[in-house]
Design a binder for this molecule. Structure first.
Ligand SMILES: Nc1ncnc2c1ncn2[C@@H]1O[C@H](COP(=O)(O)OP(=O)(O)O)[C@@H](O)[C@H]1O
Length: 174
């Protein structure tokens, strides 16, 4: 079983999957770390000070990696790969913005991500690529990281029904 944990930056993917790694036997792969270690990025976007992931390179790495067959793959890009289930972490845009500013991101980046979260961008991509029956939304706004990890464990174990479209932050944009 390979499960993607995706979501807008700031939804708590890294924090929750680290809990999962510490508290369960699940194999957790942070794609950001793979990208850095294997230099799987194609160019550096100087304006945004960010690296553009080499998606084909990451897909090939996942194909070859022994531990990646039965694993939790964490990244805001994780839903672009071959996976059995996709957990999409969500967070109310205002809370998301606060989390990102606290993490030291710029105002511009925090508000860009808040807007993207309000527009369901990643959820829509996940549903388009994997279908409604494979997508599990988890609203982290009022959940502590350990509670998010418990929800993720339930997704991996098959103890949760697929859910998409239940979280609605569109009002934030009005
Ligand atoms: N469930 C949560 N509740 C409150 N704050 C959280 C939660 N999960 C993460 N955070 C905080 O929000 C920020 C973003 O979390 P992080 O795990 O880095 O998100 P992502 O990996 O999705 O970008 C961090 O500063 C983290 O401490």
């Amino acid at each position: 079983m390979r499960v993607a944990v995706t979501g807008t930056p700031g939804t708590g993917k890294t924090t929750a999957t680290e809990r999962l790694r510490e508290e369960t036997d699940l194999e957790v792969i942070h794609l950001n770390e793979v990208l850095e270690e294997e230099e799987l990025y194609t160019e550096v976007d100087a304006d945004r000070e960010s690296k553009i992931a080499d998606l084909d390179g990451l897909a090939a790495w996942l194909d070859d990696a022994e531990d990646a067959e039965d694993a939790v793959i964490e990244s805001h890009l994780a839903h672009h790969f071959e996976v059995d289930r996709v957990a999409v972490l969500r967070c109310h845009p205002e809370t998301l913005e606060e989390r990102l500013l606290e993490r030291g991101e710029t105002e511009a980046k925090a508000s860009e991500n808040a807007e993207s979260e309000a527009l369901d961008v990643i959820l829509a991509e996940a549903v388009e690529e994997h279908g409604l029956e494979s997508v599990y939304e988890i609203d982290t706004t009022d959940l502590a990281p350990e509670a998010v990890a418990t929800e993720l464990e339930a997704v991996v174990a098959g103890d949760r029904e697929p859910s998409a479209g239940e979280v609605d932050f569109v009002g934030y944009l009005e």
